[in-house]
Design a protein. Structure first.
Length: 188
């Protein structure tokens, strides 16, 4: 019996890591096809970012916030080391830590909203309402992250930060919120 429980958690972890990766990568590919070859480059970073946010949210939902800080801290250190931005590694590490924490918080908040909406609207309209409410909450979190990151770069205006938050928040949010909705159905 104990072996089945660990196998179930293993399958959920695989789902949480790979499903948002595939969703975000397919959205990036469709956007590249729709906008032309010179407009948008298909990048693996948003897909990896969505997977890490979803995994941190999954750990937060299952094991509480203390355990979620471990993957947030580890992934922010890895992102800071491998990011080729001109900022110092400590500044990049703090930025990635705060952004992963904030976006994981907004994902868990979307999970809570999804649970509440599911109790009051268990129909098909409820699924759409849950998805778009969660996506709206996540995009708002992404906009906040870009606005606060714009303060360290004086050339980035608030309007530009909002546009970056919208442009990057929708594909990443679709991947994260899809898995968060599945988790709200499974986790009691």
């Amino acid at each position: 019996m104990e072996n089945k429980r660990y196998l179930h958690i293993f399958y959920e972890t695989i789902l949480v890591i790979f499903l948002p990766f595939l969703i975000v990568l397919s959205i990036e590919f469709v956007l590249k096809l729709g906008m032309g070859p010179n407009v948008r480059v298909v990048s693996f970073f948003p897909a990896i970012y969505a997977s890490i946010i979803t995994f941190c949210s999954f750990v937060w939902i299952r094991k509480k916030i203390i355990y979620a800080l471990i993957p947030i801290l580890l992934s922010s250190v890895v992102f800071a080391i491998f990011n080729k931005n001109g900022s110092p590694v400590i500044v990049k590490g703090i930025y990635f830590f705060v952004s992963l924490f904030v976006l994981s918080f907004f994902s868990v908040f979307g999970y809570a909203l999804s649970k509440v909406i599911a109790t009051y609207k268990p129909s098909r309209i409820g699924y759409f309402l849950r998805f778009f409410t969660g996506l709206f909450v996540f995009v708002c979190g992404m906009i906040l992250v870009y606005i606060f990151s714009g303060f360290q770069d004086p050339e980035t205006t608030i309007v530009k930060s909002i546009l970056y938050g919208l442009g990057n928040g929708f594909p990443v949010g679709c991947g994260v919120i899809s898995v968060i909705m599945m988790l709200s159905e499974k986790v009691g």
